[in-house]
Design a protein around this ligand. Structure first.
Ligand code: ATP
Length: 356
């Protein structure tokens, strides 16, 4: 489904109160440099969208334009159907969570979370009830009277989230919010973040350059390259069916087979991408089905990664393929080939993605 179709499917009345975000023809230039080019993007109410891409591809600039911290050079931004392109940040129904938490060090956690409500002039009683609810939402009700330095990194990030959510934005923008956390905490927080988003039901737009994080969290992933969206789709779509070599390579390991070799193997003259875990190492007399593409070659290398073993096979035309196998509980099912062995690998052609 194209993004324009998604926009048209939101009824005006629904759009008015919603966190539906729509960017039309948005371009941003900094002097000679075009950071974002003619961008079309529609994010549905309640959707978790990740913007993924290498450094400098324009993700943060898009986020900052939605927040209003950055003016657009041309184009229109709408939130809930309302044109917010020229509206200042504090009047947009959005809030942003940054990587560095930005908590006030001398205020307690409760005071930090209540801050935005105090600025809005809410009474102490109202603030108290809202703070209790927000802290419960991020499962940190027991730390209300502590100071920020008495919390762990993951806890501080959850407080930053509570502080943003208490203002009831229709859209929450998150700029690499887990970037400062170590791997284990980051993975815990990803699960937490996803469940909080489901509970509050508001639109989350999340910037990351970590592909695994984007795939884990998102309803859809927009893969950015040089100021453009190279592909947008569900995690499964962009991972299993990348439309360009850039997307195939950016989202994890991929076997890219050039068009000429692909033609010899499959009869179709288009380059293909096939994920290593889709490539099977065949047993010597194993039968294959008609749908399978088979390549013969020699084992060049065997790499043990813990959960998987990668067998690297050199085949025709200098083609090097990676076949990745899950290490099972049964030693008999583990990879038994050795370097230099002659082997066959195969994949179902339906598992390969054609690249233009
Ligand atoms: P990162 O993951 O490193 O944050 P990004 O994909 O978010 O990268 P942006 O920060 O949006 O990329 O930057 C896109 C391009 O715009 C880069 O080339 C960057 O140098 C440039 N840029 C961003 N902000 C400014 C600015 N205020 N002035 C000039 N150039 C800028």
């Amino acid at each position: 489904m194209s993004s324009t179709v998604a926009a048209a499917s939101v009824a005006p009345t629904e759009a008015a109160a919603s966190g539906h975000v729509s960017l039309t023809g948005v371009t941003k230039s900094f002097g000679d440099l075009t950071a974002v080019r003619d961008l079309e993007l529609d994010v549905s109410q309640g959707e978790f969208l990740s913007m993924l891409g290498p450094s400098g591809s324009g993700k943060t600039t898009v986020l900052r334009m939605i927040a209003g911290f950055e003016d657009v050079t041309s184009g229109t931004i709408r939130i809930g159907g309302e044109d917010v392109t020229r509206i200042p940040p504090h009047r947009r129904p959005v809030n942003t969570v940054f990587q560095d938490y930005a908590l006030f060090p001398h205020l307690t956690i409760a005071e930090n979370v209540a801050y935005g409500l105090r600025v809005r002039g809410q009474s102490k009683r109202e603030r108290q009830a809202a703070v209790d609810a927000a802290l419960a939402q991020v499962r940190l009700d027991h730390v209300a009277s502590r100071l920020p330095h008495q919390l762990s990194g993951g806890q501080r990030q959850r407080i930053a989230l509570a502080r943003a959510l208490i203002l009831r934005p229709r859209v929450l923008l998150l700029d690499e919010p887990l970037g400062a956390l170590d791997k284990q905490l980051r993975e815990e927080m990803q699960i937490e973040l996803k469940s909080i988003q489901r509970e509050v039901g508001i639109t989350f737009i999340f910037v990351t350059h970590d592909q695994e994080e984007a795939l884990t969290l998102s309803d859809r992933v927009a893969v950015f390259n040089d100021g453009r969206i190279e592909q947008i789709g569900s995690a499964r779509e962009v991972y299993e069916y990348p439309r360009t070599e850039f997307v195939a390579r950016f989202l994890g390991l991929s076997n890219i087979i050039p068009a000429e070799t692909a033609q010899r193997l499959t009869g179709t003259a288009a380059a293909i991408s096939i994920r290593p875990e889709r490539v099977r190492l065949l047993a010597p007399d194993e039968q294959v089905s008609r749908d399978d593409v088979v390549v013969e070659g020699h084992v060049a290398e065997i790499v043990y990664t813990g959960p998987t073993t990668r067998v690297i096979v050199d085949g025709i035309d200098g083609l090097r393929l990676i076949a990745e196998t899950q290490n099972s509980h049964h030693p008999s099912a583990d990879v038994t080939v050795r370097r230099g062995d002659r082997v066959r690998v195969a994949w179902a052609s339906s598992h390969a993605a054609e690249l233009p």
